[in-house]
Write a protein that binds this ligand. Structure first.
Ligand code: THU
Length: 128
């Protein structure tokens, strides 16, 4: 699947966002090394701290399907260009990849895609 197609799936997922409190919709699409893709959207709760980000929702689905090897993540918000993953999601992506330098984080910048590696967005990442 191309990165444009991955982004299109993130766009579609963002339409299912449950975000009545922030009114900030996010969709994500994760591609694993074997080419499989999983989507997620953010979903909030009246107990605000229970909110789950789109990226972690998508990654959770990948994990449930037995896939732990992330190659790329496309993220989209209709509310913001270049909607980059929060720090918590960067760390969770790190947990499920082989090498931060090999993971592409794909953002929508107008008509174009903007691509970072996870290593660029999460330098000196934490490991146990
Ligand atoms: N959000 C995400 O889904 N992903 C991120 O990486 C950043 C934030 C969501 C959480 C919340 O529902 C809304 O955006 C505003 O913070």
């Amino acid at each position: 699947m191309t990165y444009e197609e991955l982004m299109q799936k993130a766009v579609e997922a963002s339409k299912n966002s449950y975000s009545p409190y922030s009114k900030f919709a996010v969709g994500a699409c994760v591609m694993c090394k074997d080419g499989s893709v999983y989507t997620g959207c953010n979903f909030e709760n009246s107990s605000f701290g229970m909110t789950i980000c789109a990226e972690r929702n998508a990654i959770g689905t990948a994990i449930a399907e037995g896939k732990r090897n992330i190659k790329a993540v496309a993220i989209y918000s209709p509310n913001q260009q270049n909607c980059a993953p929060c720090g918590a999601c960067r760390q969770v992506i790190h947990e499920f990849c082989d090498n931060d330098e090999d993971v592409d984080i794909i953002l929508q910048n107008g008509e174009e895609l903007k691509i970072y590696t996870l290593a660029q967005l999460l330098p000196e990442s934490f490991n146990l």
